[in-house]
Design a protein around this ligand. Structure first.
Ligand SMILES: [Zn+2]
Length: 374
């Protein structure tokens, strides 16, 4: 079995060890501070004698270090874990224990799912929590940080009489992580020594999940990075809208209202413009094709339909750029469908329609369209 240095000292980031074996770039050491993947947490990474450690797995008490290349068996090697990444995980994982302990004591729910990766931490509880509940839990969790309470990790002599979360069927080798006054839980991961190392605990989001609730939480360095990201966004929005940072939501609401009013005005103006065009239409010929700049499909439909209502025949309106036009064509069903069949035989058309209106996109030049239609 590998001696687990992380069990005894969670803050050990550099150590030397002897390589017991290394095959196909998988090394076993006599002792290690590299925490393996397990219990919802991804493994530590780092370097062994300058060779990158990509992953660490544990099986039957032996830690297997997956390396970028082989190292020499029998050699004493210098090992260095990626401390920034590890400490980040310790901050998050220890923060999770505080939240889970508080949720358990206030609501009696169990943590039934935990995931901690390089980018996010989630935790699932088997009962529902409201936004107000979460605000209360978050405040209590941060108070636990301010109180600078101790984390004690140990293997107890007498497990049977011990109350703890995540109670296991095992009777020995169960590692207990105790947060004075807040929680006692079975866990094999490295933790902070005292709660103040965690820094801020921030619940970012929650959603219902399998009859309970899933929380997205960031602690310490991750919470600070998240704050900075949101702060940068607030600065940018505040400057774009010339609004006080604390009032940017109101400023965005106001902006959306202005945008809504403008859209309404534009629609109204476009309708009036179409009405003018329809008025001016002299209605020559059974089939007409009109090309317009910058009309959307609804405007094309309205325009074609209004022309048809005024003068009958088959009225086609196109809008687009050279070789790609949106269109709407309105007419009596039989002659319209006959014309559209003819168009489809000769032109590349996407679209269709039954009855007295067809619409879609045609990939052809104005000259070719006119030649086929008229
Ligand atoms: Zn844990």
């Amino acid at each position: 079995m590998t001696v687990k240095l992380y069990d005894m000292d969670s803050h050990l980031s550099e150590f030397s060890a002897t390589v017991l074996s290394c095959e196909n770039a998988v090394a076993v050491l006599d002792k290690t501070a590299f925490f393996p993947e397990g219990g919802g947490q991804t493994s530590d990474t780092g370097f062994i004698d300058g060779v990158k450690v990509l992953d660490v797995q544990i099986k039957d008490g032996v830690n297997y270090h997956y390396l970028e290349k082989d190292i020499e068996t029998g050699k004493t090697v210098n090992c260095k874990i990626d401390w920034e990444e590890r400490f980040r995980k310790m901050q998050n994982h220890s923060g999770e224990h505080i939240i889970s302990g508080i949720v358990h004591s206030l609501y009696g729910y169990d943590n039934v799912g935990f995931h901690l990766s390089k980018t996010e931490m989630t935790m699932d509880f088997n009962g529902l929590l409201t936004r107000d509940d979460l605000l209360k839990i978050e405040l209590l969790a941060n108070k636990a940080v301010w109180e600078n309470v101790k984390f004690n990790c140990y293997y107890p002599e007498n497990l049977e009489n011990l109350e703890y979360r995540s109670k296991l069927d095992l009777t020995e080798d169960v590692r207990i992580v105790e947060i004075e006054g807040y929680d006692r839980c079975a866990c094999c991961a490295p933790h902070v020594n005292t709660s103040s190392e965690i820094g801020i605990i921030k619940i970012l989001n929650f959603e219902k999940c399998k009859g309970g609730v899933r929380l997205w939480v960031k602690c310490g360095a991750d919470a600070l990075a998240d704050y900075n990201l949101k702060y940068q966004n607030a600065i940018k929005i505040s400057s774009l809208l010339c609004a006080e940072q604390d009032n940017i939501a109101e400023a965005v609401e106001k902006q959306l209202e202005i945008e809504g009013n403008l859209k309404y005005k534009i629609t109204d103006l476009k309708r009036r413009l179409i009405a003018e065009k329809v008025n001016a239409f002299s209605g020559e010929g059974e089939i007409t094709a009109t090309f317009e700049a910058d009309m959307d499909i609804k405007e094309l439909q309205l325009y074609a339909d209004s022309l048809y209502k005024k003068s009958g025949g088959i009225r086609a309106i196109f809008s687009g750029t050279e070789n790609e036009y949106f269109f709407a064509i309105v007419g009596d069903e039989a002659p319209l469908q006959e014309l559209f069949s003819k168009m489809k035989q000769s032109l590349n058309i996407r679209g269709g329609g039954r009855g007295s209106m067809v619409q879609g996109t045609v990939f052809a030049s104005k000259a070719d369209i006119v030649k086929i239609m008229l």
